[in-house]
Write a new protein. Structure first.
Length: 330
């Protein structure tokens, strides 16, 4: 079996049914609150934002969107999560997937460290045990069998694909194309494509990369130029301001709505079959992420989504679900 870290061949690209067209999904890294600037810890996290997921769920339903909640262990085992997400999931108005934060997911056998925060760096059987424990908790507490996975910190490894296939996962969405986390011991996705592809066709395991695009006059050279600019942030900023080169992930976290609209246009015009949006659930309540610090930021957060979802509808890009994606892929 190929690993998730391997680059796919052209023959691996997923061919969707002709009537599938172009679609989008909204993925939520549904996780505990913790201080992103502090060392990883098994304790000291919070879950106060969980009730606020209900407001986002209602918001999504008003646009006909079924959000995909990628749930980690502290969330899965918090009774409030079942209260907020259980009903929509049962009604088909939301879906549950797996997101593995190894430092807060039992069994606790490894040293907590930056290296071990990427689950793919763990010994194979420990990564498997953590994944299975979390999957089982989601099934028990949320009443849903997960079919989609994202590694926390995008930290897949050489054994992750086999673990997912053995567990019946249909879609991995851990690849953050155009990003490189190798300096911290994580994976390098700099050269991975944006288009969905088969990790293993026989196992029906698909990769659905998060959507990031290059925008600007030099965007066709972005994969070559952008890594060279990593040590020169001022030059990156200058190139973005003058419309030469900008990397735009489809997220409300750190990306303005104007930037996101440019990214959406590029992704649609390039014929990307599925646009993958993402954000972290603690951003649904002020004060828990750098992106939503106060009530005004939260208002802007929802305004961002309102503008993007309205624009997608105007361009004829419909929301989709894990169920529909797997069916259209044959």
């Amino acid at each position: 079996m190929k690993t998730i870290l391997d680059l796919p061949a052209e023959a691996d690209m997923v061919r969707f049914a002709a009537d599938f067209g172009q679609r989008f999904i909204v993925t939520v890294d549904t996780e505990e609150e913790f201080d992103w600037g502090q060392p990883f810890s098994r304790t000291g996290f919070g879950l106060d934002h969980v009730p606020h997921i209900a407001e986002f769920q209602t918001f999504c339903e008003s646009f006909g969107v079924s959000p995909i909640y990628l749930v980690d262990y502290p969330i899965a085992t918090d009774p409030r999560a079942a209260e907020v997400m259980g009903g929509p999931i049962a009604a088909g108005k939301a879906e549950a997937g797996v997101q593995l934060h190894p430092w807060v997911s039992p069994p606790f056998e490894e040293t907590v460290s930056v290296h071990n925060s990427f689950s793919g760096n763990l010994p194979r059987e420990l990564e498997r045990a953590k994944f299975n424990t979390l999957r089982d908790a989601i099934e028990t507490e949320l009443g849903s069998t997960p079919r989609i996975y994202r590694a926390g910190r995008y930290g897949v490894g050489t054994e992750s694909a086999r673990i997912l296939a053995d567990a019946g996962i249909a879609i991995d969405t851990s690849v953050r194309a155009l990003f490189d986390y190798s300096s911290g011991g994580g994976p390098n996705f700099r050269d991975h494509p944006l288009t969905p592809y088969w990790i293993d066709r026989a196992a029906n395991l698909m990769e659905l990369p998060l959507t990031t695009v290059f925008w600007g006059m030099l965007r066709k050279q972005g994969r070559t130029l952008y890594p060279m600019l990593w040590r020169v942030p001022r030059l990156r900023g200058l190139l973005a301001r003058v419309g030469m080169l900008e990397r735009i992930p489809l997220t409300p976290e750190g990306v303005s709505v104007d930037e996101a609209l440019k990214g959406v246009d590029i992704a649609i015009d390039d014929g990307l079959p599925i646009l993958v949006f993402s954000f972290h659930s603690p951003s649904l309540c002020p004060g828990y992420t750098p992106y939503v610090r106060d009530a005004d930021d939260l208002t802007q957060f929802y305004d961002w989504w309102r503008t993007i979802l309205t624009y997608l509808a105007q361009r004829g890009i419909k929301p989709t679900t894990v169920r529909e994606i797997t069916a259209a892929a044959g």
